[in-house]
Design a protein around this ligand. Structure first.
Ligand SMILES: Nc1nc2c(ncn2[C@@H]2O[C@H](COP(=O)(O)OP(=O)(O)OP(=O)(O)O)[C@@H](O)[C@H]2O)c(=O)[nH]1
Ligand SMILES: [Mg+2]
Length: 365
């Protein structure tokens, strides 16, 4: 899973990327500091790893990860080549979801492409570009497909139909993600790389004086997100600048600093939770002496699909999964005792994983 960080210039995208990945990217007070996409990985904070580690002796803990891309800024006209031009499109088309950073902090020293602070207008400016980018692709696709349809090609006719429906939505200044689509339509639109179909996490970049996001600008954004695109979007307040500073500290100092600020967890935990919720993801675990490890799957995925995250061989040769919940581990205190109590489940190919399952996969290749 890869998340693309997008937004207007100078709003704190790279500060957020730095805070999440710990990578040293340039954060500076001028627009278009970031000129090329930068890829990085963030570990998902997960207290359940340590909890499992209380009962199962292990050499190391391996958290799940989120892949992030810091994408160059989008401005009005980007789709037509303004600013960094439409190079951003290629990056945006490759990600599964967007983290859209929106300036909600008030700081006269940090320049902004607009004169005043207005998060909703800012979001709309970026979304307009994404909408226009999708429109361009659709118009090109319709042209081509029409030529195919004329020769009697049924798939061409289908594509014209679906793409035209999408054009009508976009022409109405609405993103594609808010609409009801059939499976077939979704497949078609995904294969066209539609950007506005992707789920969005709005990151309200708040000032140091409003860490909880209680201020008016965040409230305005929250109202807009709530009324516009419920379901396929989320919003979290994060102070990217502060979090980037915290990420530079030694782990022990981080907790102290967070506590001093009245925060219970780092922004990465907040962001990861929102993304899991937005994308319908959950974690399962493998636990043993070599490592205790968290894995990410979509809700509804079956035991063989989960096994496939570890290795395709385990999915191919899947026999069954021996599974228990973390609450069983807390109650019985060892896998041996879980088994003795009859709580170790043996699950077959059609088993749908539950959040927090600990699994041993039996397979044969
Ligand atoms: N006061 C304040 N300043 C911030 C905050 N977040 C970022 N900044 C500052 O805003 C400036 C731009 O931050 P960047 O992270 O480089 O912004 P960007 O969106 O990556 O910018 P481009 O790459 O140019 O598009 C820097 O000087 C940051 O220190 C914040 O929460 N509060
Ligand atoms: Mg940047």
């Amino acid at each position: 899973m890869e998340i693309g960080i997008v937004g207007l210039p100078n709003v704190g995208k790279s500060a957020l990327f730095k805070a999440m990945t710990g990578m040293h990217v340039e954060v500076a007070n001028y627009p278009f500091t970031t000129t090329k996409a930068v890829h990085g990985t963030a570990p998902v904070p997960d207290p359940r790893l340590a909890l499992i580690g209380r009962y199962i002796r292990t050499r190391k803990f391996v958290p799940a990860t989120i892949d992030l891309v810091d994408i160059p800024a989008i401005v009005a006209g980007s789709a037509q080549g303004e600013g960094m031009g439409n190079a951003f499109l290629e990056n945006v088309r490759q990600v599964d979801a967007l983290a859209h950073v929106v300036r909600c902090f008030d700081d006269p020293d940090i320049s902004h492409v607009f004169d005043d602070l207005n998060p909703v207008r800012d979001v709309q400016a970026v979304e307009t570009e994404l909408l226009l980018a999708d429109l361009q692709v659709l118009e090109g696709a319709i042209d081509k497909a029409q030529r195919r349809a004329k020769t009697g090609d049924a798939s061409g006719r289908k594509r014209v139909e679906i793409a035209s429906r999408a054009v009508a939505v976009l022409a109405d200044e609405k993103p594609l993600r808010g609409q009801e689509w059939s499976k077939e339509e979704l497949l078609e639109l995904r294969s066209l790389g539609m950007i506005t179909l992707r789920p969005v996490l709005y990151v309200a970049n708040v000032g140091e004086d409003d860490l909880k996001g209680a201020g008016e600008s965040v409230a305005a954004l929250r109202r807009w997100v709530g009324s516009n695109e419920a379901g396929q979007t989320r919003m979290v307040p994060i102070c990217a600048k502060l979090e980037a500073e915290i990420a530079e500290l030694a782990p022990a100092e981080r907790q102290e600093m967070l506590g001093g600020l009245g925060l219970t967890e780092p922004a990465l935990a907040v962001l990861a939770r929102a993304l899991y919720d937005l994308l319908g993801l959950q974690s399962f675990y493998t636990a043993g002496e070599p490592e205790i490890r968290a894995w990410t799957i979509r809700k509804g995925e079956t035991a063989p699909e989960a096994a496939g995250k570890i290795h395709s061989d385990i999915q191919r040769g899947f026999i069954r999964a021996e599974t228990y919940g973390i609450d069983d581990l807390v109650k019985h205190e060892s896998e041996h005792a879980i088994r003795a109590a009859g709580r170790m489940r043996s699950e077959g190919k059609s088993y749908v994983l539950q959040d927090g399952d600990v699994c041993h996969f039996l397979f044969n290749v």
